[in-house]
Design a protein around this ligand. Structure first.
Ligand code: GRF
Length: 197
């Protein structure tokens, strides 16, 4: 049975584009919705151009009322009734009650080799630590930030002259390989982690 996938973004949505592009042919999943907390998110236009229904719930009017924002977000998601939610460059922290509702069906991609560098500025922190390699992780979303079971990782070398921007660009290329690979496996019920070289 084809799995229905909703994707949440906050910006350009390059990971979302790769996920949508991957769900074709005999792939076990199909995109049913792309949503954002920013009505101006560039990825919303890209999703619409690919024929995927979109929505935006602007988080700013809810400032401080995280539950109110999430109630709106949930209403949009429930209407699409997804089997899987992919957070892809989604930059809002979700409350425990929201996560509990979707736990086991919600994935996230994080631009570090978790458990290292949870949170923000991952590439800068890896460079400051003098790491020789970096990468990205797809994990199940649990209430603790960037902390759920790992479903896949991809590694890149750190170059001596790297800046956070050059490292981010190298990691992003791997994100675009890893997330589609993990989603296809997850849609088939596979949760043993995949490590891309
Ligand atoms: C990128 O920095 C990526 O590492 C992280 O979110 C940011 C935007 O991704 N996952 P996208 O282009 O919006 O998918």
């Amino acid at each position: 049975m084809t799995k229905k996938v909703a994707i949440l973004i906050s910006g350009g949505g390059s990971n979302m584009v790769k996920l949508v592009e991957s769900m074709v042919g005999d792939h076990p999943a199909r995109p049913v919705l792309v949503g954002s907390n920013d009505p101006q998110a560039g990825g919303l236009k890209k999703a619409a151009e690919m024929g995927v229904p979109t929505f935006a719930v602007d988080h700013r009017p809810f400032k401080g009322d995280r539950e109110g924002f999430e109630a709106e977000l949930n209403a949009k998601l429930e209407a699409a009734d997804p089997d899987i939610i992919c957070l892809a460059g989604f930059m809002r922290v979700l409350t425990e009650s929201f996560v509990r509702k979707w736990e086991g069906r919600m994935l996230n991609i994080h631009p570090s080799l978790l458990p290292k560098y949870k949170g923000l500025h991952t590439h800068q922190r890896a460079l400051e630590a003098g790491d020789k390699e970096a990468g990205c992780t797809v994990h199940m979303v649990t209430p603790a930030l960037d902390d759920g079971p790992i479903l896949g990782q991809a590694r890149v070398p750190v170059q001596p002259d790297d800046t956070p921007e050059t490292l981010a660009a190298r990691v992003l290329v791997q994100e675009h390989r890893l997330y589609p690979a993990v989603l296809e496996r997850f849609a088939q019920g596979k949760t043993d982690p995949v490590y891309l070289d």
